[in-house]
Design a binder for this molecule. Structure first.
Ligand code: TYM
Length: 332
């Protein structure tokens, strides 16, 4: 069987990825590198659509690489690179902007949410054109699958629409990608507000479980997670969003099914259950955090590795871009 192409990206917008990033996407990144040809991109250009502080931004990009490797992304198995190292992303991004409609771009819920949060006047043009750059990220690699969380579904739909439009107007150029979105874990919720997604831009850090947080900090966050009325440990997203979220987290990390967990905690209270969740999370993250901290001590190694990744990525990206240019009638 020929290998499938996989591509995904993550923004280096904080010191640490959170458990939502991991369960929604990164865990699948790790699984999909076996038997597939995987490209994973730290999308630093996308991160420029928000507020950045240069010294911190540089550090966070390297910390992102360290965490990805610590989580199991193997630079031998996959191509790990930084978006700004491969100029083709911007080049195809422009083409995508020129075929996308203003109306369809205006319907992107992430743009609507993010621009509403900061006030429409302070939203950047880059935030608006962000999904077209994301489409370019995906289409350049002729990806079959794009492992992401639920919040990216609409961006993948847009990518497919843009690819279809381009192909039918200018000739077959791009493969139509499919989102690889799992049922369980595709949306992990904030521990304090279990009806909102766990997010880097969340107002309070208390509800966000960070991979680079200390075991003590994560234990405290889990033990003070908002729970629901009653005392039964039962999966019921409507009536018990807090407990259901914790059950999803436990089950995704421990491999125990939700019903096994419900049985195990029958007759026990929320306190016992939270203690067990904390232990699973902390023990799962402990070696990952240690490995990431160790990798971060050697910036030269990380940078070299990212450059090697970019060299590999550029070969694929430039072939696609040159096809797109040719089909558009740009003179070589
Ligand atoms: P980003 O950086 O916000 O998030 C990275 C990945 O984590 C997933 N995710 C979640 N999954 C479950 N529950 C949550 N609470 C949660 N929060 C985040 C996201 O769905 C994502 O898969 N636009 C993208 C980055 C991007 C990209 C791409 C992705 C740029 N180019 C090309 C795929 C392909 C984003 O902002 O992800």
């Amino acid at each position: 069987m020929t290998q499938k192409r996989v591509l995904s990206g993550i923004q280096p917008t904080s010191d640490s990825f959170h458990l939502g990033n991991y369960l929604g996407a990164l865990k699948q990144w790790v699984e999909l590198q076996d038997g597939n040809d995987a490209f994973y991109c730290i999308v630093d250009l996308h991160a420029l659509t928000g507020e950045i502080e240069p010294a911190l931004f540089r550090k966070r990009t390297l910390a992102s690489a360290a965490q990805l490797i610590a989580l199991g992304i193997s630079p031998e198995k996959s191509t790990l690179f930084v978006q700004s190292h491969v100029a083709e992303h911007n080049q195809l991004g422009w083409i995508m902007e020129c075929i996308a409609g203003f109306g369809e771009a205006s319907r992107m819920t992430q743009f609507k949410d993010k621009s509403a949060k900061g006030g429409a006047d302070s939203a950047r043009v880059g935030l608006f054109t962000y999904p077209m750059l994301q489409a370019a990220d995906i289409l350049l690699y002729q990806a079959h699958f794009v492992p992401v969380g639920e919040d990216q579904r609409q961006h993948i739909e847009l990518t497919r629409d843009l690819a279809t439009r381009f192909n039918s107007r200018f000739g077959e150029t791009f493969r139509l990608p499919e989102g690889y979105i799992l049922k369980a874990g595709a949306k992990i919720y904030d521990l304090q507000e279990p009806t909102s997604k766990m997010s880097k831009s969340s107002g309070s850090v208390a509800g966000v479980l960070e991979i680079m947080d200390t075991p003590e900090a994560n234990t405290k966050k889990i033990k003070s997670a908002a729970t629901d009325a009653g005392r039964e440990v039962k999966f019921d997203e409507k009536e018990k969003p807090g407990i259901s979220n914790l059950l999803t987290i436990h089950s995704s990390l421990s491999g125990q099914s939700i019903s096994e967990l419900e049985n195990e905690f029958e007759g026990k209270g929320y306190g016992d259950f939270k203690g067990a969740v904390a232990e699973v999370v902390v023990e799962y993250l402990r070696p990952i955090r240690a490995k990431a901290l160790e990798l971060l001590e050697d910036e030269k190694y990380l940078t070299e590795l990212l450059h090697q990744g970019a060299d590999k990525a550029r070969v694929v990206a430039s072939a696609t871009l040159s096809d797109a240019y040719k089909n558009l009638g740009l003179v070589k």
